[in-house]
Every structure is written in structure tokens, then in C-alpha cells.
Design a protein around this ligand. Sequence first.
Ligand SMILES: [Zn+2]
Length: 279
Amino acid sequence: MYTQSIITKRYTTDIKPNTIKEVKKHVNMYILTLLFVIFNRTQHIILIFKITYTYLKKQKTMRFGRLKFSVLTAIFALLIAGLFACNSKQNQTENKLKESALLIIDVQNDFCPGGALAVKEGDKIIPAINKMAKEFNLVIASKDWHQDSTVHFEKWPVHCVRGTKGAELHKDIDTTLIDKIILKGTENSDDGYSAFEATSINLKDFLNESKIKTVYVTGLATDYCVKRTVLDALRYGFVTYIVTDAIKGVNIDPTDSETAIKEMTEAGCKVISSEDIVK
Ligand SMILES: [Zn+2]
């Protein structure tokens, strides 16, 4: 009887006078957690942990029942914080790519091994391109699309003549992920290196209409069409990335790709790898 009355007394004391105060404390902690999570900064998560730790330390002097409740509350708050932080990070990546387009430059048979103007290991970039294409809402592939006779062929072997096998996209490119195919080099009086010189579409206007702010450039070849596309993209005000493991150069001079990358970065292009885009 005596023990029972003590328990009852303790229980009653626990609940009654401090209930409102306790609830207030916990509510404060939830609000703090939510506020910090909204801003989603690692240091805020650490701060939550510190606040919780200090709070629990204070509770050490109190009775077990209340401490247990506090521990559970803290764990719950941290779990929620973690969950929100993960979601928020995912959303940030999604939002980042929402205003971005992936440009796949000329990954055609004639520029791949066995083609008329093959880029060494040109096909090796395809897995990285396919992997990235899944992450973008807008994927645009350009095709070199020459006439039988053009001034362009005074500089280069005949390649990517419209309608031929050599002008088709490489079979490993996942065309189901491509939203738009654009044609360039279609006239007989120009080279049409840049995707912004496409004649089937005005690429600059199309990107602006699609609310695209950033372009990620991949494809062939680093020292010609990729470079010219990147320089045009920068000139038209797009934030521009080259994806280092998704481009390959012709390298008539072995250092051509290196020189091209230097020229692009000096013009303001950023360098990224596909792994930085798709974890
Ligand atoms: Zn060409």
C-alpha cells in the first residue's frame, strides 16, 4: 500500500504541475528542428544535436519516466530532421536539373570507331551520356547532317551525309531518352560545327522558351563541335558545363582536346564529371 501510494504520488507529481511546461519545451524543440530543417544546413543539424544533448543533460537530474520520454522525443525529432534533410537535398538536385538541358553533340556512326571520321574511343562516352539523360527533363541531340557536296568536305573526309548509315546516331545511344533531335551543317556553304547553328530549330530561342538556364554539353568532338557549341552557349548567356567523361576529341594534334578545354574554361565554362551529376 505504502509503495503504491509513493508510485501514485510520484506519477501524479510528474504529470500535474509540469505538464504544460514540459509540452512547451517539446513543442519548442519541434519548432526549432523544423526551422533548421527548412534551411537544410549540416551545421543546423549539428546545432539540433547540441541543443538536444544539453536538454538531455539537464534532464539527467529528473526522474526516469520523464527522461525516457525526452530521449524518445529527441530521437524522433532527429529522425524527422534526417528525413527532411534527405528529401530537401533530393529536391535541390531535381530543381537544379529542372532548368537544365543535356546537349548530346553528334554521337553518330561516322564519328565513332569504324566510321568515316572516327574519334578514337568515341563510343566509350555513351554509357555516361545514357546515365545522365535519365536525370534531365530536356535532352537534345544534335546530328551533323551534310549534303553530298559541301565546302566542309574540302577540310574533312566525307562524313554524316544526310540519310546515310554514317549519319545515324550510334546504336547504343538510348534514343527513348532524347526529347529533340536537331540538324546542323545542313547548308553547303558552312561548317555548322556548333549546335546553335542548327537549321532545323533556333536552339537559343528553344532553350529560352523552355526556361533553360544551364546546359550540360556532352558528345563529339571536344576540339570542334563540342567546343563551338560551348562557346556559343556562353555567348548566349547560358551557364555552361562540359562533362569531362562524356566528351572525346579528334586530336589531330595530341594536345588539341587539352587546348580546347582550356579555351572553354577561360571563356567561363565549368567542368564536371557525370558522377557529380548522377550519384
Ligand atoms: Zn561535319
